[in-house]
Design a protein around this ligand. Structure first.
Ligand code: CTP
Length: 397
């Protein structure tokens, strides 16, 4: 989402300045163009050389260097956003009062773009009334504050004052300033992960689905502007953006009920979960003991959520997944019709490093309009971007 965005990073004198190295790395990885300015005191905390190599730009510290003038106005105008991270107590006070005694402050005072700050300081400083007042002043100026975290502080104390983690800062910027609008006003849900069908209080029938593909799809739909809910089975994934809602479920029945509840208010439904096809007929109230030589489990079918949504389809764009081991394309195409889906994404178990648990995938997409798309082997996020692009094209067709 940050591709081509111009970000001016101001770094001030705080122990958290070491995290700015990761921050620059992440911003560049996300495709942003990054220029860095440091306060003179920040040089003691982080190497300008490292920052310059990672940002692929000169790092600017002084108002003049090599007998030339660093044009603070041009820098402020160049940037799409100015981010000050970490923001020390000292620079916060200068920003609140407009004290212009270094390049970073001159850029801040002349910046016409949005300014976002990520404070970092010791807990007592953070809670001091003057700090609170200065933060409120910055908010009045229209600056955005990325809240501090709680945890171990440089003083050895535990408490509030840690700078937000670099990945959270990047997500905050992306979410707040650079979200696309192709799917604005569209509501989407994505099912993700496995379902667990209990046998007794300690055991269940489940599968190896990690939820990675579903979460990548949800992230991408959100980046394009949709209002997104993930209906997730038990997984270890975390959502990248605060604005994505997650509804945790465990069983196929819970997933079914949640999907059906949301169905009529939803525009895009992506069924990436690996839902159990069968569940135990009975759930034992007590732990099942191993007192028999043989043990037979009686199973019954779960509701097919995708098929039910297909039957009840009104305005929704409905995408399902298919995981096959043989006759893959035929089975995938059949599912388009038997489940009344608009799109089936076929995962083949024949492909190495694809499917359950991997960060990469290789899929083919079959659509109700008879188009087929064989996507190249790529990361799940890249695959998600291509699938969402196809969804957008089909919706707009
Ligand atoms: N699915 C579902 N509800 C189920 C089972 C599957 O909504 N009870 C959805 C999955 O989320 C996926 C699609 O159906 O989007 C295909 O799942 P898959 O297991 O490959 O196919 P099935 O329809 O279950 O058929 P089969 O296992 O016989 O291939």
């Amino acid at each position: 989402m940050l591709k081509g965005k111009k970000i001016l990073l101001g770094i001030t004198a705080s122990i958290a300045a070491y995290k700015a190295i990761f921050l620059v790395r992440l911003l560049v990885k996300e495709g942003a163009e990054v220029k860095v300015t440091l306060t003179p005191a920040a040089k003691e905390f982080v190497s300008p050389l490292v920052l310059s190599v990672l940002s692929k730009n000169d790092v600017l510290i002084d108002i003049t260097s090599n007998n030339s003038w660093n044009n603070h106005v041009a820098l402020g105008r160049w940037a799409d956003i100015m981010l000050v991270a970490p923001l020390s107590c000292n620079t916060l006070a200068k920003m609140a009062t407009g004290l212009c005694d270094n390049l970073l402050m001159a850029v801040y005072l002349s910046a016409t773009c949005p300014v976002i700050v990520a404070p970092a300081m010791d807990e007592d400083m953070w809670h001091h009334p003057s700090t609170k007042k200065n933060i409120e002043t910055l908010k009045e100026y229209g600056n955005e504050i990325i809240d501090v975290n709680s945890g171990e502080l440089a003083s050895g104390l535990h408490g509030e004052g840690r700078m937000a983690e670099p990945e959270n800062i990047v997500s905050f910027l992306a979410e707040k300033f650079f979200r696309g609008s192709q799917l604005k006003y569209k509501k989407a849900f994505v099912t993700a992960g496995p379902t667990y069908e209990p046998l007794d209080p300690v055991r269940f029938i489940g599968n190896h689905s990690s939820g990675k593909m579903g979460f990548a799809l949800a992230e991408t739909l959100y980046e394009k502007g949709a209002d997104v809910t993930i209906i997730s089975g038990p997984v270890y994934q975390t959502k990248k953006y605060d604005g994505i809602k997650i509804i945790q479920v465990a069983t196929a029945k819970e997933m079914y009920d949640t999907c059906l509840n949301l169905h009529y208010e939803t525009d895009i439904e992506v069924m990436a979960a690996a839902v159990a096809d069968y569940k135990p007929v009975e759930i034992s109230a007590q732990k099942i003991k191993k007192d028999k030589a043989n043990f037979t489990l009686s199973l019954e079918k779960t509701n097919d959520i995708l098929a039910e949504l297909g039957r009840k389809k009104t305005k929704q764009f409905l995408a399902g997944f298919a995981l096959e081991t043989n006759n893959e394309q035929d089975y995938a195409k059949q599912k388009l019709y038997t489940k009344n889906a608009d799109m089936i994404v076929l995962n083949s178990l024949q492909d190495a490093n694809s499917g359950f648990g991997y960060d990469t995938n290789k899929v083919s997409v079959f659509c109700a309009d008879k188009t087929e798309h064989a996507l190249e082997f790529a990361t799940k996020k890249e695959i998600a971007e291509q699938i969402v692009e196809l969804i957008i094209n089909k919706i707009n067709a």
